[in-house]
Design a protein around this ligand. Structure first.
Ligand code: BGC
Length: 726
């Protein structure tokens, strides 16, 4: 891939001689090779043969904004209208959204495709990665960035130039049907993961799309649901991942959501689109509507929606008429078109040709290997009584449950569903790992007596259970469906050591937890399901993942247990838990969860010590934030295997600030050999010491004495130090 670094892009450049500037400051070209193979060659798609003198917006040395303005001046009203909506029915196979090219002006087509864990919309020859919640459970920014790079590269090879993803909403309701598409329940954590994935996607060619904006926290009544919440909660809990996507991820597009926020549909919500996204976050890309989430022409256009998807009902002829009559000003239409053009220019869509096509094969062996690695790194060991795991390879094993053999559960449903090139079932993965010497038996779990007798005949029983999470519906509750609780109980009662592997997209209740020796959360692990779980079960890989969500003990203890909160009453969901989302609520109410946020075991042990907290000497900007406090902590591998620990730093505000008890503000994953000690250094930014002031409509830095807590889960924070913030 050729990256052009222009050193000659001042605003005055248009008015002086471009040629002189070019002569003085020739562009530097760097040949960048993707970590996962070469990306397709470049050229100018949809371009005419006109050179930059005739079509000055073709000059890649200008700022994207300058190029957009130059092009905008040449566009007719019809050409502008064409850019602000999709074509429905879709004329091309393999994409879910399409804006045709403009050969007169050399504007490339936009081809949009879904892709949360793989290229979707029916594509073949793609890599099915683990669900985003699984990848995020590795708590490893590098892994999430590589996840995005693979998605971006496969999308680009498939001809996509706008990749729909990532889904970055904070999980408010554990039953939410799209939990598996998200990263978890913490705003800061989701922000870190979003930035890593977006940068990965956009490094490979396509423009990424942060979705779904905003308060898209349930599937129940999703086309009309009204999320009712206060401004502070919106700003402190639900907005931060999207703010990070803009400020640090430089994401090109946003997808506004189906739901309403405080009575107004997301895609015509002036507060969300104009006030927050444009004025507060300074977003200069475009907002497209979720598929069918546009409800008006004038309100949507005037309140900040740039592009209707997938069709033209509101932003086609109706918008043209409303612009002609003056109900929507030409300035507003121009700003929508500019918002679309700017990220297209920034991402180089005018400067390189995408030779990829929907029928091209995007897979390769490195992507398969990454899929397995990400699944292994995302598998959380929740319980390991008496060190039953890792299993001895000599012990005979019974693999029980449909998810273990006949129907492995490797992905969630809905628009993120993709065609796995292959799936390694847990039974096949375990057989391959053990070879012919060790007896491996199986039962699909449809008959409890058969399952119990197969379990009795082996030394160890591993029960694979699954949930059926999908876009479009929430789970009715957190119970395992289809009698799987009874299956686990029957196997455990057979008297052999039992391990439960959860292939779920979110938390489940575990009434059997005390009857089993081991519990593993493998999530929806993608195509390498069986290889990844075999590597964990037999200790080839030492588990190092941590839950990005709280797992509750009972249904009544979850933060959104009241009907008025979820699924809502009379079409409204009251966010009455306010800031106390996820672990914040359990901590505030002093409720012990079954497995807390941030929790996950290893086959080795770690100890944290020597927490040092000090003010940063000078404010060092990073992205839009600045470092305020430096934290260091030592972590030692006190066991006998190499392994990785995630050091987690939480901040407790002074009580008067009205914040939840403590909140994640930094983390780092560190690899350690047995006996090894490393010092982890982390920075806390100014926002860690700020709250949102709804009266002033802004974030306010708050002086006072703060507690900095360090540990390995939200409920295991052995080290703490106070620091006075001025
Ligand atoms: C989903 C989006 C998706 C779109 C196109 C909608 O139903 O909410 O996430 O990108 O469909 O498939």
């Amino acid at each position: 891939m050729k990256i052009h670094f222009a050193v000659c892009r001042p605003d005055w450049m248009i008015s002086v001689s471009i040629a002189l500037c070019l002569f003085l400051f020739p562009p530097i070209q760097i040949n960048a090779q993707s970590a996962f193979g070469a990306v397709p060659p470049s050229g100018a798609e949809g371009a005419t043969a006109k050179d930059p003198v005739q079509q000055p917006w073709k000059n890649a040395l200008l700022f994207p904004q300058q190029r957009a303005d130059l092009l905008l001046k040449q566009m007719t009203l019809d050409e502008k209208i064409t850019m602000v909506h999709g074509v429905d029915p879709m004329p091309l196979k393999g994409y879910v959204g399409y804006v045709p090219p403009n050969p007169r002006l050399g504007i490339p087509a936009l081809r949009l495709a879904d892709g949360r864990a793989a290229v979707g919309n029916g594509a073949h020859d793609i890599t099915l990665l683990p669900a985003p919640i699984a990848a995020a459970s590795g708590w490893d920014i590098e892994v999430m960035n590589a996840f995005g790079r693979i998605l971006g590269q496969e999308q680009w090879i498939k001809g996509t130039n706008v990749a729909l993803g990532p889904s970055i909403d904070v999980v408010r309701v554990p039953e939410w049907g799209r939990t598996f598409e998200s990263y978890g329940e913490d705003p800061y954590f989701n922000g870190r993961m979003a930035v890593a994935e977006i940068k990965g996607i956009q490094s490979q060619g396509p423009i990424a799309d942060a979705n779904m904006y905003l308060t898209m926290n349930q599937e129940s009544n999703r086309m009309t649901e009204d999320s009712r919440l206060d401004e502070r909660t919106l700003q402190e809990i639900y907005l931060p991942p999207f703010a990070a996507a803009v400020e640090e991820g430089h994401v090109g597009t946003f997808m506004c959501a189906y739901v309403k926020t405080n009575g107004v549909y997301s895609c015509e919500n002036e507060y969300l689109l104009n006030d927050v996204l444009r004025k507060q976050l300074k977003f200069d890309g475009w907002v497209m509507s979720d598929w069918g989430a546009t409800h008006s022409t004038v309100d949507a256009a005037n309140h900040g929606l740039d592009q209707q998807m997938p069709g033209a009902e509101f932003f086609g002829d109706k918008l043209k008429a409303d612009v002609t009559s003056g109900q929507v000003s030409l300035d507003i239409l121009n700003s929508h078109v500019r918002n679309i053009l700017v990220p297209m220019f920034r991402q180089g869509l005018f400067d390189k040709q995408q030779t990829g096509s929907w029928s091209a094969s995007a897979r390769n062996a490195e992507h398969d290997a990454f899929s397995r690695m990400a699944a292994e790194q995302g598998t959380v060991l929740l319980k390991n009584d008496g060190g039953i795991l890792p299993l001895p390879v000599t012990a005979s094993i019974a693999v029980i449950g449909a998810a273990g053999s006949t129907s492995p559960k490797m992905e969630g449903g809905g628009s993120s569903q993709a065609n796995a090139p292959y799936v390694v079932s847990p039974l096949d993965g375990i057989r391959k790992r053990l070879g012919a010497e060790t007896m491996v038996s199986s039962a699909d779990g449809s008959d409890l007596n058969v399952a119990a007798s197969v379990a009795r005949s082996a030394d160890i029983a591993v029960v694979f259970v699954q949930t059926d999470e999908t876009e479009g519906e929430d789970r009715p509750n957190l119970e395992l469906p289809r009698n799987q609780n009874a299956l686990i109980a029957a196997v455990a009662a057979a008297g052999k050591k039992t391990i439960v592997v959860l292939d779920t997209g979110g938390p489940v209740l575990m009434p059997w937890v005390d009857q089993v020796a081991g519990v593993i959360e493998a999530w929806y692990p993608g195509q390498e399901d069986g290889n990844a779980i075999a590597a964990i079960l037999y200790g080839d890989v030492n588990p190092s993942a941590k839950l990005p969500m709280t797992f509750p003990r009972t249904a009544v203890e979850i933060p959104t247990s009241q009907q008025e909160q979820w699924p809502g009453v009379d079409g409204r969901s009251l966010y009455s838990e306010g800031l106390d989302v996820g672990y914040r609520w359990y901590d505030k109410m002093d409720v012990q969860p079954l497995f807390p946020f941030g929790f996950g075991l290893s086959y080795t042990t770690f100890k944290l010590s020597h927490l040092v907290v000090e003010p940063a000497k000078s404010s060092s900007p990073s992205g839009s934030t600045s470092t305020e406090v430096l934290v260091s902590v030592e972590v030692t591998n006190t066991g006998h295997r190499k392994g990785a620990e995630v050091v987690q730093i939480y901040v407790a505000h002074p009580a008067a600030n009205g914040e939840p008890p403590h909140q994640l503000r930094a983390f780092a994953k560190v690899q350690l050999k047995p006996g090894e000690t490393k010092t982890v250094r982390l920075a806390l930014d100014a926002q860690s010491f700020s709250t949102y002031d709804p009266a002033a409509h802004q974030w306010t830095h708050r002086a006072g004495s703060y507690e900095i807590l360090a540990g390995t889960s939200s409920r295991d924070l052995p080290l703490h130090k106070s620091i006075a913030i001025q």
